[in-house]
Design a protein around this ligand. Structure first.
Ligand code: ADP
Length: 425
């Protein structure tokens, strides 16, 4: 639970961090856009100043308007004002366009006393607007003693900059949303999977616990039956007892694995020479194989094998591999080789058989819990798919690794590598 909260906190912090970085980038983008805009406007102002310095159609028309205002001649001034407004707007638009500025703008022409002489249609000062005053000289100074200023007003500049950045802003936001969506989906799948695994494990544990009682009762009943049985019944009773014993062993195995997983139980490892344990295992299997007419070879190198180990679990794991070599054996002339030797700081244990082998695509999967090769039953061998899973867990707990090498139809070799200790460690 704690781990889950930690992951969630990292996720939320990362998304917030990403959003903040995006926001900062946006601010930087806006500042840069503003700097660029100011540079362009400075060029435009120079151009406007020089265009309006001399007499031309526009300055002449505006000049008439100024004169009309000064002399107080109301007649037909409206039409001159309209024409000037239209002309000025078109001229300024053209100049701004030349420098790539398409932002909305308004203008006004006013004198020293701040009296408006000419304003654009929708001229209205706004709080976030940017104003650029341009002092007009030359022709206008000649016709009017009041110094004149042309003011350019950009009322919605931030909106304009944002619209320019939209090409980056919208995909950026969309990508963040996609990332959040995908991560939420992945987390949900993980939690869902985990809850399925927990439920399955709990179910298996409960089931195996429930099975223990009937198995115990069958064992007891068989024992009582055996005492009073007729000789011809003994064989059947022995079969029941034997199968019941097997079932008991399997149940114990499942429970032990579950216990190990649940408590994350660490082994009680100690430094020891595992060679005697390996030797006794080899001799045991030599006997078993002899009974089953399997050729069994074992080769253990001379030196001792000092490792950090819990001998019982390590022997169990190796037994599982040897059992598999016996279970999945060649039908004609089965042969198993068990060997151990050291290489530098490593102990290498190998179990080799000449059985049917394992397909390449199955080799990774066979270490999974409950996994059995689908053709497993073809060899007429029953199992639960727990053996190799257990082996892998145990090898991991001994800081080692296991690999399965196999050629289909030729045999399988399990190689375990464990870290060796020095004698004096
Ligand atoms: P189980 O033997 O109970 O099915 P294991 O986990 O021990 O479970 O093995 C998983 C699968 O790997 C088996 O179903 C079997 O098909 C395959 N396998 C394991 N060892 C060998 C081997 N030595 N030769 C061929 N197949 C093997």
């Amino acid at each position: 639970m704690k781990y889950r909260n930690y992951i969630l906190a990292v996720f939320v912090a990362s998304v917030l961090g990403l959003a903040y970085v995006q926001y900062k980038y946006l601010q930087i983008g806006l500042n840069l856009a503003q700097v660029q805009f100011n540079q362009k406007i400075a060029q435009n102002i120079r151009q406007i100043k020089s265009d309006l310095f001399v007499e031309n159609e526009l300055t002449y028309l505006v000049g008439r308007l100024i004169e009309g205002n000064r002399r107080d001649i109301p007649m037909s001034m409206d039409s001159i004002a309209d024409a000037s407004r239209y002309f000025m707007k078109a001229y300024l638009e053209g100049i701004l366009m030349e420098n790539g500025i398409k932002a909305d703008f308004e203008f006004r022409l006013y004198n020293r006393d701040s009296l408006n002489i000419l304003t654009s249609q929708d001229y209205k000062r706004s709080a976030d607007g940017l104003i650029f005053p341009i002092r007009l000289q030359g022709y206008f100074t000649e016709i009017s003693p009041d110094s004149l200023t042309l003011e350019l007003l950009f009322p919605h500049l931030n909106r304009y900059f944002l619209s320019q950045l939209n090409g980056l802003l919208i995909p950026g936001l969309l990508f963040i949303i996609f990332i959040i969506g995908v991560i939420i989906w992945v987390l949900r799948s993980i939690y869902w999977q985990r809850s399925v695994i927990t439920t399955t494990n709990d179910f298996i544990n409960n089931l195996t616990h429930e099975l223990k009682t009937p198995v115990f009762s069958i064992g007891l009943a068989t024992k009582i039956l055996n005492e009073n049985a007729r000789p011809d019944q003994k064989e059947m009773i022995e079969l029941i007892r034997h199968q019941n014993e097997r079932l008991k062993v399997h149940i114990e195995k499942v429970l032990e694995l579950a216990q190990m997983e649940k408590q994350k139980k660490l082994l009680n490892k100690e430094k020891l020479d595992v060679k005697p344990a390996l030797l006794s295992l080899a001799e045991q299997y030599a006997q078993l194989c002899k009974l089953e007419h399997i050729k069994f070879n074992y080769i253990l190198s001379d030196e001792p094998y000092y490792i950090e180990a819990e001998a019982a679990h390590l022997s169990n794991a190796l037994s599982n591999l040897l059992d598999n070599a016996m279970k999945y054996r060649d039908t004609q002339s089965p042969e198993i080789t068990f060997s151990a030797n050291t290489e530098g700081k490593k102990l290498i244990i190998e179990i080799d058989d000449n059985g049917p082998g394992i397909k390449k695509e199955e080799r990774e999967k066979i270490f999974r819990k409950f996994y059995r090769v689908s053709s497993g039953d073809i060899h007429g061998v029953k199992g639960y798919g727990l053996g190799l899973y257990y082996v892998k867990q145990i090898v991991k707990m001994h800081c080692g690794r296991i690999a399965i090498e196999s050629t289909e139809g030729k045999g399988t070799k399990a190689v375990i590598v464990l870290p060796l200790l020095n004698k004096n460690d």
